[in-house]
Design a protein around this ligand. Sequence first.
Ligand code: UDP
Length: 258
Amino acid sequence: MNRRRRIYEGKAKILYEGPEPGTLIQHFKDDATAFNNKKHEVIEGKGVLNNRISEHIFLMLAEIGVPTHFLKRLNMREQLIQEVEIIPVEVVVRNIAAGSIAKRLGIDEGTRLPRSIVEFYYKSDDLDDPMVTDEHITAFGWANPQELDDMMALALRINDFLTGLFLGIGIRLVDFKIEFGRLEENDTLRIVLADEISPDCCRLWDIETDEKLDKDLFRRDMGGLVDAYQEVAQRLGILAESRPAAGSGPVLVTDNSN
Ligand code: UDP
């Protein structure tokens, strides 16, 4: 079906060779995984929604001067991105206790943290993404001190921006995970935001009801994931107001898919 060269296949996305050197095509799959792949399901419509939501967020971040790998959306499931060297560190920003921090430190889920907290995890499926400190990151050369500073500063700016963006549409940004890459520009290396930002890698709670609008619905077998992601997309102004008939999939406001 796809004659393009596949560069990498992850849990929720595939990267193909792009049309120009230095570009890649990022394809969003419908696969949902949790607990390091121990739980896996195909959820029809998820990839299309994440493609649109992530595009929307990356474009807005670019507007406030956050450098990203995003170039343009190509179709329902794919976007053209700049090829970057991924830094093997997941950066998590937390505003409210949930998930692993609630468990590890015995904090009730939903407790507001004294301030936003940034954490780092080493990207390794074999090791279950262990938490690491800035010392590990610089000592093992995953990023140098300047790159680490840039990642930290960008993560906090992204958090401030996204917190406000979601508050404006009645959603609490509890926490999220982002990834960065190195991009070569005029013989210098620059840190840019890579990967995706979607409800797959954020915790999003409705302000009024505390209803979950993110991947915890899948992790906790609660169901309704596509409806929730669609709700997020709709509130962000990406989807048409009218809900699609059951089974017809998400309705896009603009659709230049082929
Ligand atoms: N997260 C992610 N990918 C991961 C681990 C975490 O996108 O491999 C996101 C997760 O969706 C949440 C935040 O990072 O928004 C913090 O996750 P946490 O450390 O609480 O881990 P979890 O409870 O999700 O295992």
